[in-house]
Design a protein around this ligand. Structure first.
Ligand code: UDP
Ligand code: MG
Length: 311
């Protein structure tokens, strides 16, 4: 047993893992509490696994969960939490964008009685304009679409109490998960700790645009049914508009103003436009159905090929 578990998801992080270990070790040693560092190797194709197991060999406070393949960041976090034993569990990125030095502040808040202490990004130092802009728009759109209040500008860098971790482990089985949203959905007493998000220590982002879009889709679809209602709203709107248009045409015809056949170009344009809308709505429906299918299949969330230093 230990007081604090620190979960670190890693995907191709060979360039940062040694430095991350050093920084985390010195911060955690400084707290004077018993702790474990849980490295989750999410199917890296570089030396991350070997470096992590070498660290485990030397330091028994470090544990490794080695996935059989890449299952994704959110799943890696979940696996770390599932296998943690601390009274508090901290989740932190491996690239030192979340400074480990903030952990003692989170622990202080936790001791005050908060069950969720989340890191709130005051500034993002290293991220590109595109990342900052899309993140800002995303967090605000998500909040407009959901009834669950998910704090804006916060990542997965946070401390949760054992009871929050157990609630997550025992009662949540979602496959395409958005962990920070689920934690907000669970409730519990929470408080922010502000920090400046630093530059990545080394290496490049493991979240290319494609993963970012999947992540955003998971977040919205797990927490909102609004996209499904889009068809209804558009349908009602278009029906009303065409009814008015029809009435206008009849009146014009009766008055003798309208005598020629209407243009070909506009008919083609309108027809293409509405075909586009119909396909888009089918796509939205498909995404939700795909998610239902994944839940129904009931496959495990992740597959572990090796665990080191877990007794
Ligand atoms: N990560 C992971 N699996 C993935 C992608 C990322 O475990 O498939 C980890 C990565 O190693 C890092 C964290 O998730 O510890 C955040 O990733 P990254 O720093 O690349 O994202 P960014 O900060 O650029 O959004
Ligand atoms: Mg990062």
């Amino acid at each position: 047993m230990c007081i604090v578990s620190v979960v670190v998801p890693m995907y191709n992080e060979e360039e940062v893992i040694m430095e991350t270990y050093k920084r985390l070790k010195s911060v955690m040693d400084g707290t004077g509490e018993t702790y474990e560092l849980i490295f989750v190797n999410d199917g890296s194709r570089d030396k991350t696994r070997d470096l992590a197991s070498a660290i485990c060999y030397k330091d028994k406070n470090v544990k490794l969960i080695d996935f059989a393949r890449n299952f994704g960041h959110q799943v890696a976090i979940s696996a770390g939490m599932d296998n943690s034993c601390g009274d508090a569990v901290v989740v932190i990125d491996a690239d030192l964008q979340d400074p480990p030095e903030v952990i003692p502040q989170m622990m202080a808040k936790w001791r005050e009685g908060y069950d969720v202490v989340y890191g709130k990004r005051l500034k993002r130092e290293g991220d590109s304009f595109f990342k900052k802009f899309t993140a800002k728009v995303f967090y605000r759109t998500l909040n407009k679409m959901t009834d669950t209040e998910i704090p804006v500008d916060t990542g997965d860098f946070r401390l949760i109490d054992r009871k929050v971790c157990d609630a997550l482990k025992n009662s949540i089985s979602e496959k395409n998960r958005y962990v920070r949203g689920i934690i907000s959905w669970l409730g519990f007493k929470s408080a922010p700790v502000e920090f400046v998000r630093e530059k990545r220590f080394a290496g490049t982002t493991k979240y290319p645009l494609k993963k970012m879009l999947k992540f955003a889709g998971d977040a919205i679809m797990s927490f909102s049914l609004k996209p499904l209602k889009l068809a209804t709203y558009l349908g009602v709107g278009i029906s009303i508009a065409s009814l008015i248009y029809g009435i206008v045409l009849v009146i014009l015809k009766l008055c003798g103003v309208l005598s020629t056949v209407m243009g070909w170009t506009s008919i083609v344009a309108i027809s293409l436009f509405f075909n586009g809308i119909i396909l888009m709505i089918l796509g939205i429906l498909g995404s939700y159905i795909g998610r239902i299918y994944e839940e129904v299949k009931g496959r495990p969330l992740y597959v572990i090929q090796e665990k080191i230093n877990f007794d």
